[in-house]
Design a binder for this molecule. Sequence first.
Ligand code: F6P
Length: 535
Amino acid sequence: MWDELMTLHAAGRGGRIRDLFDADPDRAARFCASAGDMRLDYSKTRIDAAVRRALTGLCDRAGLAERREAMFAGAPVNETEGRPALHTALRDPDGGPVVVNGADVKAGVRDTLARMRAFCGAVRDGSAAGPGGAFSDVVNIGIGGSDLGPAMATLALAPCHDGPCVHFVSNVDGAQIADTLAGLDARRTLVIVASKSFTTVETMTNAATARDWMTRGGGDVAAQMVALSSATGLTARFGIAPERVFGFEDWVGGRYSVWGPIGLSLMIAIGADGFDDFLRGGRAMDEHFRTRPWEDNLPVMLALCGLWHAQVCRYPTRAVLPYDQRLERLPAYLQQLEMESNGKSVAMDGAALTLPSVPVVWGAPGTNGQHAFFQMLHQGTQIVPCEFLVAARGHEPELAHHHRLLVANCLAQSEALMRGRSLDEAREGLREAGLTGAELERQARHRVFPGDRPSLTLVYPCLTPFVLGQIVAAYEHRVFVEGVILGLNSFDQWGVELGKEMATSLGLVIDGQADAQGHDGSTAALAEYVRRHCG
Ligand code: F6P
């Protein structure tokens, strides 16, 4: 199958994407996948019917349908850790049972969701409060999956905010917590400590700093701190009572956890009904993913386009370009989701991968990116497949003229990337501008756009909680499909451990409690520099 794809890629090298539109006037309708009102257009790629057939063949060859059902059913698909990956159960509390170790996990999901709803309601109506009165602010302290999901989603759904103001602190750099707490009332701030393991050094350091700040400011830690964690023993040791802990099981991976307790800050910002809509959107995408044939299946096609570009065409990066300012954190969120899940060199069976794994995922919202790195996208020597996201309408009817410009720019960029501008067209433009002779020739080359640069566009009616749920679930399934086809375990992350261990030992060197023996010369010299200059 891969060989066939490599052959098709080599054979298509001479042709251009725009020629595919000339050859097939229906191309845009035939090379798209819809899920409800959402549409993924992948017609601006070099994928034709033969390539798509070979790509969907990868799904069958990898046993994707069986792996997908195994994941939904709670089988231990995270093989290195011997666990299921059941984030889908979090967004389907009332669906059929899912049995793990002889017990239905849904009862616990429903119970925790009901507790979250009750607590969220109490925070929002002021019946849960600090000594200074109803909570004015909420600070979520967490990192990685305990930050990126709720932070991304809370910003995305700003038009739905009608609760206290929600802030996020993740970095161990004291600058972030100092700046965040500086403007807040220590007697009216709720602190949520979000950590599945409750051992992550950044989160525990920030949580202790917040607890001190609260105590010094006359706050009441018992009333103003809650924990979102799987480690109930450790939350108690930190001083958070069991009734203030919203727990979840080890079958929820950090980067897949926004659908449960880790989403509490989002729920407080938008209300429990809005959060339900977010879950409904995710569930709708699950249903679509489980029932649609591969070529009509939006997350599957998203994954297959990704594999075509990264593994077959060998483009080393992929740009995510939301023309939706409130999705500003989506690229960062996807960096963890995609790169922590699939950034691996070893397949599930321990064999070395023979194909590249996940590409570098990066991006920024349009139109800002246009004035920064789009120069490279259009005229650089590397081809970067782009993924545009855009809503048909914004949340500000009085600013519809802004939205028109936003959408026009989004569509213009994908068209320009594909179409390009030939030397003759460049000459023609310069001639019209009054240039002639040598000067015209000198300038023309700089105005050539190679074009033929592929992109996908995901369009949706409006960025509501439901639509955001669809988007997040679609990307989660994309990662899963790519992982299954590459033979990877998308649910572990051993690659983050080594650096964590070394940071512990270097902390002692910087403190002067250990010498730098065992560290290389560069690291030892840098640690020594910091020791001398740290004040
Ligand atoms: O970066 C590694 C990681 O384990 C992520 O997978 C996880 O989302 C993050 O750290 C935070 O972990 P925790 O929720 O246990 O604090």
